[in-house]
Design a protein around this ligand. Sequence first.
Ligand SMILES: NC(=O)c1ccc[n+]([C@@H]2O[C@H](COP(=O)([O-])OP(=O)(O)OC[C@H]3O[C@@H](n4cnc5c(N)ncnc54)[C@H](O)[C@@H]3O)[C@@H](O)[C@H]2O)c1
Length: 257
Amino acid sequence: MKLLNDKVALVTGGGMGIGRAICQAYADAGAKVAVADFNASAGKETVELIETAGGTAFFIEADVSKEDAVEAMVQQTVKQLGGLHMACNSAAVSRGSGPIHEFTREVFDSTLELCLTNTWLCLKHQVAAMIESNAGEESLGSIVNISSNASLKGQAYNTAYATAKAGVNILTKSAASEYGAMGIRINAVSPGVIRTPGIENYLKEQPHQAEKFDRAAVMKRMGKPEEIADAVIFLSSDKAAFITGQILSVDGGMSVK
Ligand SMILES: NC(=O)c1ccc[n+]([C@@H]2O[C@H](COP(=O)([O-])OP(=O)(O)OC[C@H]3O[C@@H](n4cnc5c(N)ncnc54)[C@H](O)[C@@H]3O)[C@@H](O)[C@H]2O)c1
């Protein structure tokens, strides 16, 4: 019997990087996985990888910054997979970085929409589905939001993203207080620098940055997407049955430096 057998998980941003690793880890742990992304080819590739490894997954094309798409994504998950026990909100896009006095309001607003408002929309509809489809069970569900270490101490020239992710942290804590008594646990994982394909591509153009990224962690290396996924699986499972409202840094010690 695997850790998450008979459970249904929904992952946003499951098409690549950390989100893909989270989808694969849920499936490896025995869960049926709804892979949501606005990049259809990437999301379908994640499903193929899971099915080839013997798991169960299906793809939902959704832009999670749009409420009608989020509502439909959650409904489709419940209809297709028979419920919703776990969700991980990993989708995020930063629209830009630079000094505040040169930033446009449009970039600031859209980064908040694509990193924070989307997470609130997902929480809203995921919680509603958990209340409706798991009524009567001791645990109604578990939600993990993906934050960022940029949210912890602030980050120069990255104000929109850092502010949005700080919002994700306080949203996580507030929602945990709101739904804990009902049996829905809500936590966040805060990655340090993780060696995703996106970071790999950036390092091809800026190879000198690799050493800086390695040095950011006290463990002197970047993290792997699978190391974020392991923390998500733990927080999603009954092994974390008494943990809610926490922001868990998975960062090789970057946050204690
Ligand atoms: N990579 C890192 O070092 C790092 C560090 C800290 C935090 N994070 C956070 O981890 C999460 C995943 O990051 P990543 O590096 O794997 O990113 P990524 O860009 O590699 O993947 C993000 C995925 O989300 C999808 N997506 C983005 N916005 C979406 C939307 N509105 N609707 C649907 N799909 C959407 C993209 O298509 C993509 O498949 C993000 O929340 C990010 O902020 C990453």
